[in-house]
Design a protein around this ligand. Sequence first.
Ligand code: NAG
Length: 318
Amino acid sequence: MDLKTVLTLVAVVLAAIPSVPMDATGAHKEFDVLAIFAFGDSLGDAGTNSFIPQASARADFLPCGKTFFRKPTGRFTNCRTVVDFTAQKLDLPLTPPFLKPHASFTKGVNFASGGRGLLDSTSADDFSVRMSTQVQQFASAKATLEKQLGAHSAGILTFKSIVLFTSGSNGHRVRRWSAGCSPLARASNTAKQGECVEVANQLALGFNAALKQLVDGLRAALPRFNLVLANSFDTVSAMITDGKSFGLDNVTAACCGAGFLNAKVQCGKPDFCRRPFKSLFWDVLHPTEHVNWILLNVLFTCDATAAYPINSRALARL
Ligand SMILES: *[C@@H]1O[C@H](CO)[C@@H](O)[C@H](O)[C@H]1NC(C)=O
């Protein structure tokens, strides 16, 4: 479902250990999170697909990465993702892709892979890493950590971790519903050129309602786990309605690309997109870094409408 809700994020904390967090100097830390494990699709991908030669969904070219990393990193934005900002918010290093050779997993790992749908059957890129494979990779990363740190420390690490799950850019293979208010959807709206595709937005709302039920069910079934469903649909809708109040000048076109709404020629030339901080969309589907930053902050501070049932800040403090 490549919709404006492309930004549904599900954050899960594996377990909560009530304690007063202290850092090495004995000072209190705001958050007691030791690691981040990120799963999902291109919204969270930190370069996974760059290590898969056959993957068609990729972003290992300029100008992706231009703003922060100053080189291509394989992220589907210009540059930090919501996962990256979460790490920075929690004073953790950015989580390396699992597939990156010689990466250290001691502060977390990123398994997210662009083109990956929620289900194995709903993916746009057959070579991206399946959700089921991402889970196997987690098991393998955990085994590596146990070898490196010992079972006890590795256990504490995973208990005090945040699991982030990004989903939204490829939920459905059904292209004709391709969706919502993304530049891709608007440009392919044959009925009303340039307008949002409403049926897709309705689908997105239904999908999000179903996710909420899923979270309720899982919370009841797994009382030791803290699950949070963070939904950016409302925030992105507000941006589309009134971009100015978020400092955005353009909420319809891709920043990087060319042709109608910059949606006809794929992002890929360094001189595409001069003012990414003024644009909602980086490419035809994905938000700019600036918007990821806004979304992360909403996620951390918002009320229950955007993060359900508690926000990430409260989650990280548990
Ligand atoms: C947004 O950018 C596109 C592509 O450059 C342009 O066609 C459109 O008019 C812009 N919209 C606004 C409101 O500036």
